[in-house]
Design a binder for this molecule. Structure first.
Ligand SMILES: [Zn+2]
Length: 298
């Protein structure tokens, strides 16, 4: 009896401190490692505006399609192309139409940007002109895709309550952006010395909201929409470098990416894009570059 009592005391003496320690540490390790406390990894959703290029020589849109297909970082990346279906320098040309088909056939998403001869600001068109151009663009894209496009991006990021309502009336959802290469305006010298700095600055601005779990996430990823212009020759010849910059900047800012850092499946990409669309004109998302400032005046 005494022996059993002694063993019991010995057990309490030896093991209780360990049991206490492990219980004391458990909540702390849960709070550190719990997936709910860690932000969902980011995944880059690449988008391209203004194309496809009509150029017969060294076509920038084709170059970009080739890089998306094969590059040192991730092959077979899928992207969304916000196209101009009637512009002569883009989808309104024979070569441009061939590229629209190639984009669709290779699993990219064709979306609406303009169907006017030029890069018209939707907010400055009359309601009738905007409705006509949407009808035209939807018809042009439906011809290629065999289904209606679902996404629109306003030229110059310019929209208001009326434009958004007309988009919705035409079953189009508006996708803005999180990051932008700011490569839409082509000056005499068509290059950018500040690619890395720009991307870092924009991703850094998003970081607090990502950390707080405020950015929408889906399928285990926080989609980060990135905008380029596929008609820009500089962008096209630096596309691989841009992919590397995105990965480097994410690493530097300690924002882990999903195992495949870019979307590689069309349907998954489209669902992520639809999740990111602007539903209400009273929400004023930050626009890239000077656009927030400019549209607050005009
Ligand atoms: Zn544009």
């Amino acid at each position: 009896m005494n022996y059993i009592y002694f063993r019991y005391l010995l057990f309490l003496f030896i093991y209780i401190p360990f049991l206490n320690t492990s219980h004391a540490e458990q909540p702390q390790s849960i709070s550190i490692n719990s997936p709910a406390a860690s932000p969902t990894p980011i995944r880059f959703l690449l988008t391209f505006d203004d194309g496809p290029s009509a150029s017969e020589y060294d076509n920038p849109s084709e170059k970009i399609l080739n890089v998306l297909k094969t590059n040192p970082f991730q092959n077979d990346i899928k992207a969304i192309f916000f196209t101009q279906t009637q512009a002569k320098g883009a989808g309104g040309s024979e070569h441009g139409r061939k590229l629209l088909k190639r984009m669709h056939d290779t699993g990219h998403e064709l979306a609406f940007h303009t169907a006017t001869p030029g890069h018209a600001n939707h907010r400055f068109l009359s309601e009738q002109e905007l409705r006509c151009s949407l009808k035209q663009g939807i018809a042009d894209l439906t011809d290629v895709r065999s289904s209606s496009p679902q996404l629109v991006r306003p030229p110059f990021w310019s929209y208001d309550e009326k434009t958004l309502a007309i988009y919705h009336e035409n079953n189009l959802q508006m996708l803005l952006t999180d990051l932008s290469a700011n490569d839409g305006v082509i000056y005499v010298f068509n290059f950018s010395f500040t690619k890395r700095k720009n991307m870092r600055k924009m991703l850094l601005a998003l970081r607090p909201r990502w950390q707080a779990g405020e950015l929408p996430n889906l399928d285990g990823a926080t989609p980060i929409v990135v905008t380029f212009h596929d008609i820009n020759r500089y962008t096209a010849s630096h596309m691989e470098e841009y992919l590397e910059i995105l990965l480097d900047v994410a690493k530097e800012l300690e924002m882990p990416t999903t195992t495949l850092p870019f979307y590689d499946k069309h349907d998954e990409m489209l669902r992520a894009a639809l999740l990111k669309t602007t539903k209400d004109s009273s929400v004023k998302p930050a626009l890239p570059g000077i656009w927030n400032w400019l549209w607050s005046w005009l």
